[in-house]
Design a protein around this ligand. Structure first.
Ligand code: NAP
Length: 484
């Protein structure tokens, strides 16, 4: 007799109650690395979404009156609960998005650290007093009290690749700033997101302050982002989704963290061993499914052969396989993503690129691939693969490297490898990106550094302090003193 496996069903949280949808529709979440079904989440109706948003609006009025210290206490407690659920959360992240177990554990610990730091930073948030007399003598009796106020209800939409960290990175700063949150996790990532909210609920979350909405972005997304009670949208995901959200949101402020095509610019005088090691870990960890992964190498002709050889050698050290074995390169999130990467490799080889290493595929597992001789007519030179493939584009000189780096529609981060600091800073100034890493791989964090993308890589600034500032607004109260 065939055994019928039951599948674990997860509810949504709205106004303090864990519920199943009246739609009776569920979305099954399959593991990207095995045939297993991880569980199912609710496909919420528009009516349920409305209840979530209106409930958050009401909860926000009470929360805004709490002191920073009271808000911080909730965050400390949340961080503690997350750590208590570390094993369950890490295993869920591993199964749901195919991340190596060790990295999934790190994600949970990093998130707890993030939340605690946010609580501390929020407590140090203060305004300023400006005297009108600095502008002209006639205004000397005026004093502006400038304070930071909450914005209201923040809609937090997160991507699949860091389902806990990138969600908490929106929710915690929003809460410390006095906002309520409607949180919509990526569907593949919604179970990890749900467990994270369970931890917050156990920590003493006031009813309605964070409402968890599950359902496909393609079905409930438009309704959410155009809801009149949403005061700010904080989104992380693909550039096309982000652009469409920003158009539809009209006057609603948005913070967008989008895609990237981060270059590693390697100059002739670079420490090639260091550059190769950073490129391999920056490009291939979690199979390249990171916004700040190194996604192209701009190598100076003279040293390119040596660099490529060193990268290929270091790629031998990458562990390829199952998330359970903490592999660096694991199956991609779904077959569409894997097909896309395969298509980019095929396009490049048809147009003359050489495969130095890799280009093996079994199911959604693509072995780390290094392509040399990539030219500007190939799609891989410009597209974000979000997979384990790095193209090497050879350049004659620094000017050509800068020109190709800036030709990209993206502008998240860039790495420059050289021993000449002065030149590195000059090149960095020319690059159209949010952050430049000198002699290091591109990466997000430490989490209190400002983090931003330009061009198609984003709008607005994050990073703990900046995130709190981005999700609060200045309020100016002018005291007109009677002149004596
Ligand atoms: P995605 O497909 O754009 O999805 C991101 C989120 O948007 C998901 O929650 C998705 O929900 C939701 N969504 C989809 N359509 C929507 C709509 N019409 N309205 C509202 N929400 C909608 O991105 P992804 O594949 O999860 O993530 C990969 C991308 O994120 C990459 O491009 C990567 O570079 C970028 N990323 C950027 C950063 C950064 O900090 N700059 C960090 C991480 C990732 P469903 O899952 O239900 O479709």
């Amino acid at each position: 007799m065939n055994e019928v496996k039951t599948i674990k069903s997860y509810s949504f949280l709205v106004n303090g109650e864990w519920k199943n949808s009246s739609s009776e529709k569920k979305i099954e979440i399959e593991s990207p690395s095995s045939e297993d079904r991880v569980g199912e989440v609710q496909a919420m109706t528009e009516h349920e979404v409305n209840t979530a948003v209106t409930g958050a609006k009401e909860a926000q009025q009470h929360w805004a009156r709490k002191s920073f210290d009271e808000r911080a206490q909730l965050l400390y407690s949340w961080a503690e609960q997350l750590l208590q659920m570390k094993d369950e959360l890490a295993e869920t992240i591993m199964k749901e998005v195919g991340k190596g177990l060790a990295s999934a554990e790190k994600e949970v610990v990093r998130t707890a650290d993030f939340i605690k730091y946010t609580a501390e930073e929020g407590k140090r948030l203060h305004g300023e007093l400006i005297n009108g007399g600095s502008f002209n003598a006639g205004s000397a009796n005026k004093f502006a009290l400038v304070n930071r106020n909450p914005i209201g209800v923040v809609l937090a939409i997160s991507p699949f690749n860091y389902p806990v960290n990138l969600s908490a990175a929106k929710i915690a700063p929003a809460l410390i700033g006095g906002n309520a949150v409607v949180f919509k996790p990526a569907t593949q990532g919604a179970i990890s997101g749900t467990l994270m909210i369970k931890a917050l609920d156990k920590a003493g979350l006031p009813s309605g302050l964070v409402n968890l909405v599950t359902g496909k972005g393609s079905e409930i997304g438009d309704h959410l982002i155009t809801h009149p009670l949403i005061d700010l949208i904080n989104f992380t995901g693909g550039s096309n989704t982000g652009k469409s959200i920003s158009q539809k949101a009209s006057m609603i402020p948005v913070i967008l963290e989008l895609g990237g095509k981060d270059p590693a610019i390697v100059l002739n005088d670079a420490d090639l061993d260091k550059a190769a090691a950073d490129i391999v870990s920056g490009g291939f960890s979690y199979s390249g499914q990171r916004c700040t992964a190194i996604k192209r190498i701009l190598a100076q002709d003279k040293t390119a052969d040596a660099l490529v050889a060193k990268i290929a050698e270091k790629m031998e050290g990458l562990k390829v396989g199952a998330p359970e074995d903490s592999a660096d390169v694991t199956p991609l999130i779904n077959s569409k993503a894997a097909d896309y990467v395969t298509g980019l490799i095929e396009d490049a080889t048809e147009k003359g690129a050489t495969i130095v290493k890799g280009n093996k595929r079994s199911g959604n597992l693509i072995h780390p691939t290094l392509l040399d001789g990539v030219t500007k007519d190939m799609d891989i030179a410009w597209e974000e693969p979000f997979g384990p493939v790095i193209p090497v584009i050879r350049v004659k000189n620094v000017d050509e490297a800068i020109q190709i780096a800036n030709e990209s529609e993206y502008g998240l981060q860039a790495s420059i490898f050289t021993k000449n600091m002065e030149q590195a800073i000059q090149i960095g100034n020319e690059l159209e990106v949010g952050s430049v890493q000198i002699n290091g791989k591109t990466e997000r964090g430490p989490d209190h550094f400002p983090f931003l993308g330009v061009k198609s890589s984003g709008v607005g600034v994050q990073g703990i302090r900046r995130s709190i500032e981005s999700m609060t607004r200045e309020k100016v109260t002018v005291l007109n003193m009677t002149q004596v």
